[in-house]
Design a protein. Structure first.
Length: 290
């Protein structure tokens, strides 16, 4: 039996069960078309009616009760005999939800394009006038983001026409938020030093937090007190809020997550896959060419 047939069969059994319950509890009436027609059709004089009228005042006939236990037993036995239906249905549900999320992300991408690719709050690496833009949502304490740092460095070195947009997306606790705040302050105070700061902090060992971020910034000649004041500013809060709002609208929940062209690529997929996605955007306008 095909998956589709199994699901249809299960649906049919479920419908029968619901109908049986409705009939048994008096919430549904069952009529039979031929009998109904016979009752409503006028009879010729002398013709024997197909329906014998009930005496006036007699109670109307009630439908035979359905054995609910029997129906439930049938459904249970069928499910036990075909347990793979649960897996098939779960897979179908997941595929449906993913398709719906992709459609929502597509709509959000169109609506939020300016904030995704050219927000005045964002940080950029590579060629600011590049013909292809790669966006990365990252967290300084994300192990996979740290592993993927070399991927992004390689892409930037090998592709002088690539523009990279970095979205601070701290999702791994308060220490990640502190590190992100300092990073945003560094970019606003000394944008020419941000790339070096970013690579140093993301490439460091141990926990990334406000203290570690300030130490790296001071090593680059920046004033810690000025950075602290900027890190606690409303502008910094607005940046982090914007990143989270974009991620939520696009269905991005983990790091690293990339946007190449207008396609979302979740996870640390490696430099080869990222390069192919960039090349595809130049070739067909999408990260994946059909």
């Amino acid at each position: 039996m095909s998956v589709k047939s199994k699901m249809v069969s299960l649906a049919a059994i479920a419908i029968v069960g619901v109908a049986a319950w409705a009939v048994a509890t008096g919430q549904m009436e069952v009529t039979f078309p031929k009998a109904q027609q016979a009752m409503e059709s006028p009879q010729e004089p002398g013709q024997l009616s197909a329906v014998v009228a009930a005496p006036e005042g007699a109670p109307s006939p009630q439908p035979a009760p359905i054995d609910r236990t029997a129906v439930e037993t049938i459904v249970r036995e069928y499910m036990l005999a075909n347990p793979e239906l649960l897996r098939d249905m779960a897979g179908a549900l997941q595929a449906k939800e993913q398709a719906a999320q992709q459609e929502r992300a597509k709509v959000a991408m169109a609506d939020l394009k300016p904030k995704i690719f050219s927000s005045p709050l964002q940080m950029e690496l590579g060629n600011p006038e590049g013909d292809v833009t790669l966006v990365e949502f990252f967290d300084y304490n994300c192990g996979f983001c740290r592993q993927a740092l070399s991927d992004l460095n390689t892409l930037i070195e090998q592709d002088p026409k690539l523009k990279v947009v970095l979205k601070e997306f701290p999702v791994l606790g308060e220490e990640s938020v502190q590190a992100a705040r300092v990073a945003i302050a560094v970019h606003r105070s000394a944008p020419e030093k941000y790339a070096e700061f970013h690579r140093a902090l993301l490439g460091s060992e141990g926990q990334a937090n406000g203290e570690a971020a300030l130490k790296i910034a001071e090593g680059l000649g920046l004033n810690a007190q000025d950075l602290i004041a900027d890190a606690d500013s409303a502008e910094t809060e607005a940046y982090i809020r914007e990143s989270h709002q974009l991620a939520q609208a696009l269905g991005i929940s983990g790091t690293p997550s990339y946007i190449v062209g207008e396609d979302i690529l979740p996870g640390a997929i490696g430099v080869k896959a990222l390069k192919q996605a960039v090349d595809n955007v130049r070739s067909c306008g999408k990260a994946t060419c059909s």
